[in-house]
Design a protein around this ligand. Structure first.
Ligand SMILES: Nc1ncnc2c1ncn2[C@@H]1O[C@H](COP(=O)(O)OP(=O)(O)O)[C@@H](O)[C@H]1O
Ligand SMILES: CC(=O)N[C@@H](CCC(=O)OP(=O)(O)O)C(=O)O
Length: 286
C-alpha cells in the first residue's frame, strides 16, 4: 500500500472526543454483552474492537457476557427443551452443567482470546474464581438458579490495576461449592454497583425497551425506575427484558449514574454510546 492509499484519521473527530475521554478517564465501564447480540463474527469483532479501544483510551472496561441462545441450542442437541419463568431459565443439574460449559468454557474463552489478539491482557472469571460471585438458590422451583448474595470486587479491582480486561461469566457459587446459573443481566447490575462503575451498558438484540404506539413499536427513550413494575404488570415488558430492566433499576438506585440498554446489532454501538450525549436506546433513570 502506498502512503497515499492509507486512510487518514480525522483530527477534528479525535479532538471532539476530548470531553468524553476526560469524563471516562480511568472509570469503569461495565458492558453486558448479551447472547442475543452475539449475532455474527463481524459484529463480534466490532464489539471487541470497541472494548479494546476503550482500554487503550484509558478507560477500564469490564465485560459480563450472556449466552442464553447458545445454552438453548446446546441443550437442544442433547434433546432438552428450555423453560423460562420471567426470563430465568429453569435449571436442573444437567442444564447447570451445560450452562457452565457454554458460558465459562466456550463464550468467555472466545471473548478473552479475541481481546488478547489486540495486545490487551484479558482474563475469564466465573463466580467461583476468587469468590467473585457468592450466590444461593433463588427459588426451589427454578432449580439451580442463583440469587447473588455478594460480589467480591477486590479481585476485579486487582485485575483492573494490572491492566486486564475481566470477562465475567454469570455463574455463582455458595460456601459449600454448589454452583448456580445466574441471569447475566442481574449479575451485570450487581457488579456495576460493587465496582462503582459510573456507566453500565447493556448490549442486546433490540433497539431498546419498546412499546406499541398505534400500529408501530417504538423505543421508550427514558424509563424512570418507578415505571418498571407497571410496564411488567401491563405486559409491555416481558421475557428476557424483565431481568434486564430490573437489574438496570437496581444499578440506578444504588449509584450507577448512567444505565443504557442499546442495540448490540448496530455497528460499533458501544463507541457511539460512549462518545456522544445523544443516546439511541433506552436510558434507565431515577
Ligand atoms: N418491551 C420490550 N422491549 C424490548 N424487548 C422486549 C420487551 N419485552 C420483551 N422483550 C424481549 O426481550 C428480549 C431481550 O432480552 P434477552 O433475550 O434476554 O436478550 P439478551 O440476550 O441481550 O440478554 C428482546 O429481544 C425481546 O424479545
Ligand atoms: C438463570 C438464567 O436465566 N441464566 C441465563 C444465563 C445466561 C444469560 O443470561 O444470557 P443472556 O444475557 O444472553 O440472556 C441462561 O441460562 O440463559
Amino acid at each position: 500500500m502506498s502512503r497515499t492509499d492509507q486512510k487518514k484519521v480525522n483530527p477534528e473527530m479525535l479532538v471532539e472526543m476530548i470531553p468524553f475521554l476526560r469524563r471516562y478517564h480511568k472509570k469503569v465501564i461495565l458492558i453486558k454483552y448479551g447472547g442475543n447480540a452475539m449475532v455474527n463474527d463481524e459484529l463480534k469483532k466490532q464489539v471487541i474492537e470497541d472494548i479494546v479501544l476503550m482500554k487503550y483510551m484509558g478507560m477500564y472496561p469490564v465485560v459480563i457476557h450472556g449466552g442464553g441462545p447458545e445454552i438453548t441450542s446446546m441443550l437442544e442437541l442433547i434433546g432438552k427443551k428450555s423453560t423460562f419463568v420471567e426470563g430465568l431459565r429453569v435449571t436442573d443439574k444437567e442444564t447447570m452443567t451445560v450452562s457452565e460449559m457454554v458460558l465459562s468454557g466456550k463464550i468467555a474463552k472466545d471473548l478473552v482470546a479475541r481481546i488478547s489478539s489486540y495486545g490487551i491482557k484479558s482474563i475469564g472469571l466465573s463466580g467461583q474464581d476468587g469468590g467473585l460471585i457468592v450466590a444461593e438458590q433463588k427459588n426451589p422451583e427454578l432449580g439451580y438458579v442463583g440469587e447473588i448474595k455478594k460480589i467480591n470486587s477486590e479481585l476485579i479491582n486487582k485485575l483492573l490495576n494490572e491492566d486486564f480486561i475481566p470477562v465475567i461469566s454469570s455463574i455463582g457459587c455458595d460456601e459449600n461449592g454448589n454452583r448456580y446459573n445466574i441471569n447475566a443481566d442481574e449479575a451485570a447490575g450487581k457488579i456495576a454497583i460493587e465496582l462503582n462503575a459510573p456507566v453500565q451498558i447493556m448490549l442486546t438484540n433490540i433497539q431498546g425497551v419498546m412499546k406499541s404506539q398505534g400500529d408501530e413499536m417504538k423505543v421508550i427513550p427514558r424509563i424512570n425506575v418507578k415505571e418498571i413494575d407497571v410496564y411488567i404488570k401491563d405486559g409491555v415488558i416481558t421475557g428476557g427484558m424483565i431481568p434486564k430492566v430490573k437489574g438496570c433499576a437496581e444499578s440506578v438506585m444504588k449509584g450507577v449514574e448512567k444505565v443504557y440498554i442499546i442495540d448490540g446489532r448496530k455497528s460499533h454501538s458501544l463507541l457511539s454510546e460512549i462518545f456522544s450525549d445523544l443516546h439511541e436506546g433506552t436510558v434507565i433513570h431515577k
